[in-house]
Design a binder for this molecule. Structure first.
Ligand SMILES: [Zn+2]
Length: 155
């Protein structure tokens, strides 16, 4: 064991992370794009903790990295911190947070321009966000490691 290279260990972490992501995508919560409901998302915004279809991922890229940090689930490598963010959030919880005040009977737009307007109101101007929502801090900034990311929000 002592002879294993750092490179091997990094590969182990990558494999493990990919396994976690694959499992998350199989979860009922994440089977549909968080924004347009498209089936089988393969992209993610790791800082928002959500899974996206390729079309919505493109729109998220246009928002800029200060709002949304987009990654491919299958093509990009992930750090453990990034994995933790999507693990802790996921699409169902993200909808509860970012769509808390969606008008009754709201239908998700399906045109590109409609989707972009929806995504911008959702994450840029945070039009529908749960008022009590407090964004989580990256885990590495927490000293004792024992805390609840979602303590202020009861959903
Ligand atoms: Zn989508």
């Amino acid at each position: 064991m002592a002879t294993r290279s750092i490179r091997d260990k990094q590969k182990d972490v990558q494999d493990k992370n990919l396994a976690v992501l694959t499992a998350l995508l199989k979860d009922e919560d994440n089977k549909y794009c968080v924004d347009c409901d498209g089936k089988g998302p393969r992209w993610a915004s790791w800082n928002l903790g959500i899974f996206l279809c390729i079309r919505c991922a493109g729109i998220h890229r246009n928002l800029g990295v200060h709002i949304s940090k987009v990654k491919s689930v299958t093509l990009d490598s992930w750090t453990s911190e990034q994995i933790a963010m999507v693990e802790d959030m996921g699409n169902s919880r993200a909808r509860a947070v970012y769509e808390a005040n969606l008008p009754e009977g709201f239908r998700r737009p399906q045109t590109d321009s409609g989707l972009e307007a929806f995504i911008r109101s959702k994450y840029e101007t945070k039009k529908y966000i749960a008022k009590e929502w407090v964004p989580p801090q990256p885990r590495t900034q927490v000293r004792d490691g024992i805390f609840n990311l979602f303590a202020p929000l009861h959903i």
